[in-house]
Design a protein around this ligand. Structure first.
Ligand code: DX5
Ligand code: ZN
Length: 222
């Protein structure tokens, strides 16, 4: 069963609590939080303080996508704030294996994020230490960008790579996901769909989730 992780980057921050409750009722499985530091990516967004606030309004697991340099410094802080899943970019840490260990020690599921230009081989040596792989289908830094088509082939190759290693890691995709392409990314191997503007950019975020889930179900039936 495919899972939707709405990215609050596209939410209305004056009504954040209300919007999170709406997507939870609409069928979201996770809340995706995009943490950006203005160094690793050219944008500054959310820190542990907001994660703490999100924790107070939802029971859903909080999925923290760290687009920050030296993530080791902040892992325990995000875990304490209420994160359940933490993912890091291999380029942002000198010792990826150690960083993944810190995430698990903090009681969270550990993810590795691959940028569009980062090869799949970047995860090969840590596959058994990874609970999920987050494939970027846009260059990280901003919401509302267009899905990079070559991500479909990369998804398929990632699925094969995980199977080859007998890995149970889930595949998450992030960037430019809409109701129109949800079914194809699922067909290519994605299990968790992150979507920001396609959900919070609509009048009814809850309805947008239902439509996205429905588009996947319908495509699977035919
Ligand atoms: C981009 C972030 C994404 C972003 C997705 O750096 O990692 O999670 O919020 O936004 P949309 O769905 O609008 O592409
Ligand atoms: Zn993200």
């Amino acid at each position: 069963m495919v899972k939707i992780a709405p990215s609050i980057l596209a939410a209305d921050f004056t009504r954040l609590g209300e919007q999170i409750v709406a997507v939870e009722h609409g069928g979201a499985s996770y809340i995706h939080v995009d943490v950006m530091d203005g160094h690793f990516v050219p944008n500054i967004t959310i820190g542990p303080f907001i994660v703490q606030a999100v924790r107070r309004v939802t029971q859903l697991p909080i999925d923290c996508h760290l687009m920050i340099e030296d993530p080791d410094k902040y892992i325990s802080e995000f875990a304490r704030a209420g994160a359940n899943m933490i993912s890091v970019h291999p380029e942002a840490t000198y010792h990826l294996h150690r960083t993944l260990g810190y995430i698990r020690q903090a009681g969270c599921r550990a993810g590795v994020v691959l940028n569009p230009a980062t090869p799949l081989t970047a995860i090969e040596e840590v596959i058994s230490d990874v609970d999920y792989v987050l494939l970027m289908s846009v260059n990280p830094g901003f919401g509302g960008q267009q899905f990079i088509m070559s991500s479909l082939d990369k998804l398929r190759r990632l699925r094969v790579l995980l199977q080859l290693h007998g890995s149970q890691a889930q595949i998450e995709i992030d960037g430019g996901i809409t109701t129109d392409n949800a079914a194809v990314v699922v067909e290519a191997g994605a299990e968790i769909l992150v979507a920001g503007s396609a959900i919070f950019g609509t009048e009814s975020p809850a309805q947008a989730i239902q439509q996205m889930l429905q588009s996947v179900t319908e495509a699977q039936l035919v």
